[in-house]
Ligand binder design. Structure first.
Ligand code: CO
Length: 156
């Protein structure tokens, strides 16, 4: 199979607002699915993003990839199970909003439940930057964009 370069869907494309559907367990073993995952990781790296969600490449699957501190995560059907009460504010970018940055307040810790590429349940306990990126990407899977979370008066 040949590598296909994925095109990033940019705001205000309606596709970014669509709710995704869960990946079926048997789909995970499908070569087409594996190819999509590889192409997403590649696109994320080429675009120098720290995360990429399937709707951003025109797929309606509940799938995202994250690359933080040299580690790549592939999250299939991720759900945030808990949030810390403590929040902080940090600047976020998004490949669907090129050259724009937004101040966003988010919980500093999250627990995420996801499936890995073997289709096994996995829990990720994250804090700091990883927690922020996970929240940003999982928002995409629910049709929520960084502009929805941006602090009023702080949009740049
Ligand atoms: Co984004």
């Amino acid at each position: 199979m040949k590598n296909k370069k994925l095109k990033i869907v940019k705001y205000p494309d309606d596709f970014l607002r669509r709710k995704t559907r869960k990946v079926r367990k048997e789909e995970i073993k499908n070569p087409k699915f594996k190819r999509l995952v590889l192409d997403m990781v590649k696109a994320m790296e080429e675009e120098k993003g720290v995360g990429l969600a399937a709707p951003q490449v025109g797929s309606d699957l509940r799938l995202c990839t994250v690359a933080v501190e040299g580690e790549v995560f592939v999250l299939i059907n991720p759900e945030i199970k808990s949030y810390s009460r403590k929040k902080d504010i940090f600047e976020e970018g998004c490949l669907s909003f090129p050259n724009q940055f937004f101040q966003v307040e988010r919980p500093i810790k999250v627990k995420v439940q996801t499936l890995n590429l073997e289709g096994e349940k996995q829990k990720i306990k994250a804090d700091g930057f990883l927690a922020r990126v996970l929240q940003h990407e999982i928002d995409h899977l629910d049709g929520i964009l960084v502009i929805d979370r941006a602090m009023k008066g702080n949009e740049k």
